[in-house]
Structures are given as C-alpha cells and as structure tokens.
Design a protein around this ligand. Structure first.
Ligand SMILES: Nc1ncnc2c1ncn2[C@@H]1O[C@H](COP(=O)(O)OP(=O)(O)OP(=O)(O)O)[C@@H](O)[C@H]1O
Ligand SMILES: [Mg+2]
Length: 1109
C-alpha cells in the first residue's frame, strides 16, 4: 500500500517559508539556521528552492533518494532539489511545457553543484538505451571540460565558474534526451594575465603542467615548474583537495567522450601553452632618432618557441609588438609602440586568444551534443550564472554581472506574479493586487538605448577625440543626475555633494539587492576590448588551423574598418536573447545561499546569510507568494490528510472530495474568511489556520494511534490464545499417538520374543532328531566299513601266508637243488673256476676301460693337455703309457700336414729353442714371431737392386741392424745380409757393401743372457776378415739371425765344426787392435725395450738392459 506523506510531516522549522508565522527577516533567518543545523539544506518558498551550501558531502544524493523523489508530487516529501528537478522534468514530459531552471546566488553558494545535481537527476530518471546513454554521457561530460577552461580558484570558491552558462537540454516526446546547446556569457578573461592575491589562473594551466606526460610537455615546449610562467600566480598554485594531475586525465577523457579528435585536443593544448609562453615575453625600450622610445623583445627564446608552436613567422610577431598600423579609409599609418603599449598589446592578445579559444570550445561541444533529429523537441534550460556581486572594488565586470542579475530578478518577479495570477484565475478566486518592488526602473537606468549607462559608455567609446574613463563619468553625471537610483559626487544632484563614502572617480547604483559603488577606471578600455589589428593579422598568418579559425578578423582579404561591437553591447545583446528565451519557458528557481565565508561546514554566519537573503529578494518572494493565500492544497490530498478530524468524513467519505473538505471545514468551525474554495484546491489565507489543522490532526492521530494499538493488542491476544488452543489440541493428539505407538511397540517386541523362543525350541528339537538320525546312519556305515576291513585283512593275511609258504617251498627246493649240484660238481669247481672267473672279470674290466677311453679321448690338438682320469689303480702305468702314445700319435698326425718350407721353419725354430731356451731372456718373445728371413724384400725392392746384384747366392736373411761404434757405444744402421757362404754388412742408404765375412772366418757369436738384441760376430784370428776386427751389432730379430747363422755356419763349415754360440753377460770384442769388454747389466724398467750401450772407458762398453716389467 502506498503511504501518503506530506511536506508537513516531521518538519524541522517550516519546510516552506510561506508557512512562516510571524513572517519577519529574523524568523526567516532563524528558520534557515534551524534547518541548516539539522542538515536540512533545502527549504521552499512555494515552488522556489532555497539551497544552503553544506560545504561537505551529505548522503542525500544516493540512487535510493532518486527513486524516492521519482514521480512524487512537489509537496509530498521534504524539500529537495530532486523534487524541483522531478517536477520540472514531469511537466516537460507530460504537459509538454518547456522548462528552465534558474540557479542564482553569490560565488561559492553552490550554483554549479546544483546545476550538476539537476542534470544528473534528470539523466537518472529519463529513458535508457545505448543511444540515449551516449547522449546523457556527452551532456554530463561537457561539464568537466568547460570547468577546466572556465573555472578558477578564487578567494570565495576553489572551483569558481568565471563564465555564465546556460544549457538547453533537448528531449523527444517520450522524455528521452536528444542533445543540447550551451551558451556562454562573459568569460572573465582578465584573469588570464593577472589574478588577485590568493587566487589562481584558470584550472587548465595548472592541470596541463601537472598532469601532462614529460613527452607531451616537451612537445609543447613547456616546463613543469609553475614558477617559470609570469601568468601563473604562485602564492596559491596548489589548492587543497584539488588534484590537478588527476583532473587533467578526467578532462582529457571527457574531451574524448564529448567527441574531440586527438589532433583537436593537441591543438587546444598548444594554444594553452602559447598563452603561457606569451606571458613570458618581455620588452625593453630602445631609443629612436626622433627621441621616442620603441619597444623591443628582451629575450627572444620564449617568442621563438611560441612561434614554433603555432607556426608563426617570428619577425611578423616581433614587428606586431613594436608597431601599430592604423588604417583610415585608404591610408595606412604605422606608429611605434612604447614598452607599456607593447605589454598592453601582449596581454590583450593573451586575453583574446584565451577567450576565443573558450568560445571555440563551447561551439565545438555544441557541435557534438546537438540533437540529431530535426523534429520539434521539448527543452529544459539550466542557467548557472554568476550571482549579484558587491566587492570593495567593483569594476566593469561587476557592473554587467549585476545588470544581468537585475534582469533575472525582473523576470523572476514577473513570472512568479504571473504564475500566481494564473493560478487564481484558473481556480476562480478573486485576484487581489500585490504590492512589490519592480526593478524595471534600474534595468532602464542601465540598458536604456538613449540615456542608459551602457549606451553612454558605447557612445563615449566610439566618439572621436580624447576618450577617458573620466569623460565617461562626466557624461553620466550630466545625463543620469536626476535618476533616483543613480548616485555620484559630481552629479547635479546636490544630495551627494558631501557624501564622502562616494569617491570622485566612482558612481553608485541602487540595485534591487543593495547599493553598489563602481569605480570607472578601466570601463572604456574593457568595453572597447581592443586588440591591435597587426596582432590579429599575425595570428591569422599562423600555420596552425585552430589559430587561424580563432582570428578570422586578421584575414587581410576581409579587412573591416568598422569597429567591432563593444563588450557591453555584446553582453546586453546576449542577455536580451537569454531573457527572451527564458520568458517562453516555465521557470523553476533555485536560490543558492552561502552559509559562511570560510568554505567550512556547520558554520552559519547570520550577517552573511542575511545579506544574501536581502539581495536575492527572498523576503519579497515570500510576501508575493502569500499576498493572497499562504497555502493551497488539492481537495483529494487535503481530505485524505484531515478526514480523521470529522466523524462524517472518517474513516471514509463517499462523495466528491470538495464536498468532504466543505463538511470538514464546517465541522471544525474554521472562520470563512480564513479560506476560499477554488476549483480543484482549497486556499488557506493564514498559516495559522493550517497549523491549527495540523495540531488537531496530530492530537487526533494520537487518539487514533491509541485506538489502533488497543484493537491491535486485543487482536494479537486473541490470535495468540487461539493459537495456543489449537496448539494444545495438536500437542495432545501427538502425545496420544506417541503413547499408543510406544505400547504397540512393546507388545510387538514381546510377541516377537515369544515367537522366537517357540521357534527356537522347535528348531532345536528338530535338530536333535536330525542329528540322531544322521548318527545312526554314520554308525551303520562305520560298522560295515570295519567289518569289510576285517574281512579284507583276514583275506590278505591268508594270501600272504600262502605266498610265504610257496616261497619257502621254492627256496627250500633251490637250496636242496644247489646242495645237490654242489655236491655233484664240487671237484671241478675248485680246480679252474677261480682263474676263469678272474680272467673273465679282468677281460670285462679292460673291455669296459677301453670302450670308455674311446669315448672320452681328448682333442687332436698337440697342445691339449687334458687326459681322462684313470678308473682303476692297477691300470696306472698303462693309462700313462697310453697317454704318451696318444700324444705322440697326434703330434705325428699334426706334423704330417706340414710342407717342406714350413718344416724347415719349424726346424729352425727347434734349433733356436735348442740354442736359447732357458738361456736367454729374449727367447720366449721370439717363439710366436715367424722367421721371415728377407725382411727387406731385397730382390723385389728396387732400392736394393744394386746391393742384390752384388750378392751371388740366395739371400737367406736381410735385415737392418745397428753396428755399435766402439768410441761412443752408439749404433749406425747397416743392412745385414746372410747367404750360404757370407755375412755381408752394407750401408743402409747407399746399399754399398761395407764388410763381407766368409762364414768359415766366423769363429763364434756372443750374446748376453738378457732381453736385448746385442751380439758380437767374432772372427777367426788370422783370417782375411779379421783384419778389421770383430763386429758388435744389435738386431731386432736376434734369435732368428743367430739361429740362421748357426745353422748355415754349421752346414758351411768344411770340417763340420759347428759355430760356437756364447751366451754370457760379459764378453770380449776385438776392435781392430784392442779388445774391449762388453758388459751387460740390468737397468731400471723403461717404456720400450731398447737397451742402451755406453762407453765406460777404453776397455769397457756397458750395455744397460731394462728389466722386463
Ligand atoms: N550540495 C552540495 N553538497 C556538498 N557540497 C557543496 C554543495 N554545493 C556546493 N558545495 C561545495 O561548495 C563549493 C562551491 O560550489 P559551486 O562551485 O557550485 O559554487 P558556485 O555558486 O557555482 O560558485 P561560482 O559562482 O564561484 O561559480 C563546491 O565546490 C562544493 O565543495
Ligand atoms: Mg559555479
């Protein structure tokens, strides 16, 4: 069930100032304070919302709150900005009325925040879908971009909007957003070049320097250090709670969402960088010949970098800072600029550049967010414009800002009154004239086309001749002297002649919100907003497309000699358009109030709030609103709210609501002059009457609450009792069931026990019987088995007895037969049987032995040493003999296979064995080497052809030997040739025969017992060969050589004397005349077997033979 609530529920103070009783400034302020202290920052004046800046985030903007206020009537819930946004959105969507939301208040009062809250609420409640969401996102994201370029930190607000903004959001017939259009008003461009103490330049400069990457800064030729730039004030460059770097990322992201291209963003940042660079350009005077000073750029580095950034020719810009060309009709006159003028020109360029960039941004955003369809759309305008400003020093900017506020106040009064009047007419209630202050007279003072202040300023600016701020003031003094809202010391109005609060250079205007003193200094300049044409032409020449776009007036092809419209004129025109626009729409007001100057939460400075209440004209607002009737309510909700106050309407009224309300009022005896019946609403004149109704309702609600409580308690007790009763029956039923179940279980288990006992007894009985029967059967089988067994054993015994008897008979018979035979043959047996048996046995054994031996004979290899074991000892000698015979036989067999040559070789081997076996250690190693004889292949080798031809006989041995030199024991290679008759020694290289010894001349050969190849050929004394002495040689084939020598020597000898071989470790060798002793000693083991010969002395050669390892 939907709960009907009202603004009047749980009110802190009064939620609507119209209900204030008594109405006075004090009670107004007190109500605001009370609500502010209880975090109620919103209060109504009828349909106007007063918003107090809480300076802290309150939990009242959650999605749940959005849902709470969605589709609810304005007065149904406690005051909230969402209620106003919802009301505006619903009348736009459902009643097809274009809306505008006018947000006013002084700087820092929360206008921008309020506009964002309205936009976010509308975005949350309107339609959804991919396209719609994109539009919403673009509309919302336009805010951070504009705030970066148009907001700055001021002493009043850390995020102060330095421009006015009006945004039309366009919706289709369903209430889905289609797009929007933004208009901007008067950017405070003077801030670009100079900021008041404690304030900053526009956020974007700081954001760029803090947030851009090093790479980007390098591209833009910028330095991260703020102090490097003259245009950035240093005293408050860093603002608490503002993260410039993070904001830069947000802004870039927002630009991307809104639809800026990469190169557009880059161009924008280049212009921002150019402004910073421009600020660093400084000038110095340079005297000219005519005595005048001319300005020159001091340090050209910044100028150069700026020109590079924007693609401007440096000389062109440099010239534009030094000269000014004035064109009149067809004449061109060039004048020099002094330093002050150059600085003025520089600053004017910076201001113009920045403000044109800002306007371009707005246009560019509009391009992106404009509605795509051409169908008629409904429009909701949100105006976030600077509030009324009264500073100590008020200049041109404050003047036009306050003018704008005058216009807004005018439209506010007009529209509020019109709305009020329309409602009275609609409801058929008589209209009573309301007294209020109409500020049209002040607007006229400022904007009148003939004698208004702005018209006179323009006139003064366009007038030829010397024009100064003072001439302008003089003009005002003459023309506006009589105006009742204009005050000036020098006017003809003698009233102010002695007013010392009014300086001579100032004039004062009595605005609807209070008196403001304006100092005329700078009015003319600011209104002119002059930028030398040379500069705009220089900018147009830039090779930078955005820059070119910003300065179309610099195009020489379109030179316009007409002066551009003044700033005041432009502003007045745009305010005029805005007012016209607003008048066609249904207005909704949000009046923002700043509770303190410290930007702090919980502080309520009464004087400050009072000042704002006054100049916002809030009291006036309340008075207008309650001039006729303070409160009005539709009959339905009114009857619903108060029907309990009358028995006839409580609890239900069956007739029309209006009649119900009439019955109710009559019953309550409310005086008839206190209210009027409209067509759909009741109008209550005094808040007192409403509070009387509310009080009665409160009391009645208490009684009703008691009654409801009473009935509820009775109902509750009754239901409880019935529940108990019902429970008791259920419990009893369950208990009975439970006891019966238990009893049944008991009987069931007892029956089971009895049954089981009986069954057990029967089973046991049966078992016994079965067992007995089984035992009887088994006993019979056993008895039968035993009986059969006994029978079988008896039979067996009988058979055994019978067999034994038969055997005994056979034995006895055999014995008897044997006895008989023995007795008969005894005489033969004794004489021959023993010998015969013996021979037979021996024969058998021998036979067996030989047959066995045949099978186990070893192999035919002569070196196989195996031989079967002897079987009987008595065969020992025969067995050994047989082994020898077998071995000889198989050797013979083996030998019979040899050829003659092989036989000769073996014979030689045999001879070698006879000569050296067990006598010389070298011998065993020679056994396995075949005796090759001709190692040099002398007959085949052409190298030895000559040598071969010298030898007549067949060469039996040809080998290389070493002939040992007696002098040092060293060897010289010789070829040793052995024929049947001679031993020849020839030179190895030449093949020339060095010595030839006839074998008969050879007396003996000496060799050592050791493992060496040394041998001495000793010659027979007196023989022809002995002249040169013996030969001491060494050969690798010693055994073969000596054996062959021995064999041939023996056969060659005529007398059959064998060649003598001496095997001894010390022998004498006859070298020519001397005998030298050759001694063999055993040396240490060595790698390789080479024995070494050393001459020890004249008579001793020592041969060291390495021991075999
Ligand atoms: N409803 C709010 N809830 C919380 N804080 C708020 C609210 N409204 C304003 N503020 C705080 O007050 C500051 C100033 O608000 P805002 O910028 O909206 O002022 P303004 O009226 O637009 O001022 P200016 O005229 O200088 O632009 C905000 O930055 C924010 O901190
Ligand atoms: Mg703002």
């Amino acid at each position: 069930m939907e709960v009907k609530t009202s603004l009047l529920d749980n009110m802190i103070g009064v939620g609507d100032m119209v209900l204030l009783e008594p109405l006075s400034e004090d009670s107004f302020l007190e109500n605001l304070r009370k609500r502010f202290d209880h975090n109620e920052i919103y209060t109504y004046i009828g349909s106007v919302v007063i918003s107090m800046n809480p300076y802290r985030s309150l939990p009242i903007y959650t999605p749940e709150k959005v849902e709470e206020y969605r589709n609810r009537n304005f007065y149904e819930l406690s005051p909230h900005i969402y209620a106003l946004a919802d009301e505006a959105y619903r009348s736009l969507r459902d009643q097809d009325k274009d809306q505008c939301i006018l947000i006013t208040g002084e700087s820092g009062a929360g206008k921008t925040e309020a506009s964002k809250l309205v936009m976010s609420y509308v975005a949350a409640v309107c339609g959804k879908g991919q396209e719609v969401n994109k539009v919403k996102e673009q509309l919302l994201q336009s805010n951070p971009v504009l705030e970066a370029f148009g907001n700055a930190k001021t002493v009043r607000n850390d995020n102060s909007s330095r421009f006015g903004k009006y945004m039309d959001i366009e919706f289709d017939f369903k209430g889905d957003p289609l797009g929007g259009v933004i208009s901007n008003y008067l950017l405070e461009k003077s801030r670009v070049v100079k900021q008041p103490r404690g304030e900053r330049n526009f956020h974007v400069f700081y954001q760029l320097l803090s947030g851009a990457s090093d790479d980007m800064l390098k591209k833009l030729k910028l330095n991260r250090d703020f102090s490097k730039y003259n245009y950035l004030s240093l005293d408050s460059a860093v603002v608490n709670g503002l993260d410039d770097a993070a904001s830069f990322r947000t802004v870039k992201n927002a630009m991307q969402i809104v639809g800026f291209m990469e190169d557009e963003v880059q161009s924008v940042l280049e212009l921002v960088a150019a402004v910073l660079k421009l600020g660093n350009i400084e000038f110095k005077p340079e005297s000219r010949c005519n005595g005048a000073d001319e300005s020159r750029v001091k340090d050209k580095n910044d100028l150069k970098e700026m020109c590079e950034l924007l693609g401007i020719e440096q000389t062109v810009l440099e010239r534009a800072f030094s000269y000014r060309t004035v064109e009149a009709k067809s004449e061109k006159v060039s004048t020099t600029l002094n330093v002050a003028q150059a600085y003025y020109a520089r600053d004017a360029l910076a201001k113009n550049l920045y403000s044109r960039l800002f306007s371009w941004l707005v246009t560019r955003i509009n391009e992106s967010i404009k509605a795509q369809t051409k169908t008629r759309h409904k429009v909701m305008g949100v105006l976030d414009i600077y509030g009324f400003e009264i500073f100590e020093d008020n200049s041109f900017e404050q003047f036009i800002i306050n003018y704008c506020n005058e216009k807004l106040q005018q439209i506010f009064i007009e529209l509020t009154l019109r709305e009020e009047q329309e409602e009275y007419v609609r409801e058929g209630i008589e209209w009573t004239n309301i007294e209020y202050f109409n500020n049209a007279i002040i607007c006229d003072l400022i904007e009148n086309n003939q004698n208004g202040i702005m018209a006179m300023l323009d006139e003064e600016c366009l007038r030829p001749g010397t024009v100064t701020d003072e001439t302008f003031l003089d003009k005002l003094n003459t023309i506006c002297a009589e105006h009742q809202h204009f005050e000036s010391r020098l006017s003809k109005n003698s009233k102010f002649l002695n007013d010392h609060s009014l300086p001579h250079s100032c004039f004062r205007i009595q605005h609807y919100a209070g008196k403001v003193l304006y100092c005329v200094e700078g009015f003319v300049d600011k209104n002119n907003d002059l930028l030398y044409r040379d500069l705009s032409q220089a900018m147009f020449k830039a090779n930078h497309s955005l820059m070119k776009q910003l300065f179309p007036d610099g195009n020489p092809a379109k030179v316009n000699l007409k002066r551009p419209p003044t700033a005041g004129f432009q502003f007045k025109a745009s305010v005029g358009t805005l007012m016209k626009n607003l008048q066609t729409k249904n207005p909704n007001y949000i009046r923002c109030i700043k509770p303190n100057d410290k930007k702090a939460a919980h502080i309520f400075t009464e004087s400050l709030v009072c000042h704002q209440v006054r100049y916002l004209g809030l009291m006036e607002n309340v008075r207008v609103r309650r001039a006729g009737y303070a409160f009005r309510q539709v009959y339905g909700p009114c009857l619903e709210r108060y029907k309990m106050l009358c028995k006839r309407t409580w609890p239900h009224w069956r007739g029309p609501a209006r009649e119900g309300v009439e019955v109710l009022m009559a019953d309550l005896q409310v005086p008839t002059e206190e209210f009027s019946y409209g067509r759909s609403k009741i109008f209550i004149r005094n808040p007192r009457t409403l509070f009387f109704l509310e009080e009665r309702r409160r009391q009645c609600l208490q009684d009703l609450a008691t009654l409801i409580q009473k009935i509820y308690r009775g109902w509750k007790c009754r239901t409880h009792f019935l529940l108990l009763k019902k429970s008791q029956i259920v419990v009893a039923a369950w208990y009975r069931r439970y006891t019966q179940q238990k009893k049944y279980q008991k009987i069931k288990s007892a029956t089971t026990v009895v049954q089981s006992y009986t069954r057990g007894w029967q089973a046991r009985k049966l078992l016994r019987e079965l067992k007995h029967q089984k035992r009887c059967e088994e006993a019979a089988t056993t008895i039968a088995a035993y009986w059969h067994g006994a029978q079988a054993r008896r039979e067996l015994r009988r058979l055994k007895e019978e067999a034994r008897r038969k055997h005994a008979v056979a034995v006895i018979w055999a014995c008897w037969q044997g006895l008989k035979v023995r007795r008969e043959y005894r005489k033969f047996f004794r004489a021959n049987a023993g010998k015969k048996i013996y021979n037979f046995t021996i024969q058998r054994i021998m036979q067996k032995y030989f047959l066995g031996l045949r099978k186990t004979l070893p192999s035919m290899s002569p070196i196989d040493k195996s031989w079967p074991a002897r079987p009987y000892r008595f065969l020992d000698a025969a067995h050994t003999e047989l082994r020898t015979i077998f071995h000889l036989w198989r050797c013979k067999k083996y030998r019979s296979q040899f050829t003659e040559e092989k036989k000769a070789v073996y014979e030689e081997k045999l001879e070698a064995s006879e000569l050296f076996k067990d006598k010389k250690s070298l011998y065993p190693s020679s056994v396995s080497q075949p005796f090759k004889g001709d190692y040099l292949e002398i007959s085949k080798n052409p190298k030895y052809h000559k040598l071969n031809s010298c030898v007549e006989e067949k060469v039996l041995l040809a080998d290389v030997v070493n002939k040992i030199n007696r002098a040092n024991g060293k060897g010289a290679s010789r070829i040793l040739l052995l024929t049947k008759k001679n031993v020849l020694l020839a030179d190895q290289k030449t093949g020339q025969v060095k010595a030839s010894v006839a074998l008969p001349d050879l007396a003996s050969v000496s060799v050592s017992t050791q493992n060496d190849g040394f041998f001495a050929l000793k010659l027979r004394e007196g023989s022809a060969s002995a002249v040169k002495g013996d030969f001491l040689l060494s050969s690798e084939h010693l055994i073969e050589t000596i054996t062959k020598l021995h064999h041939i020597g023996s056969t060659a000898s005529d007398d059959g004397v064998r060649l003598n071989i001496d095997i001894t470790d010390e022998f004498l060798v006859q070298f020519k005349q001397d005998k030298v002793c050759v001694k063999f000693i055993q040396g240490a083991p060595k790698n390789g077997n080479g024995a070494s010969c050393k001459r020890k002395n004249n008579r001793l050669l020592e041969v060291s033979v390495p021991a075999t390892a």
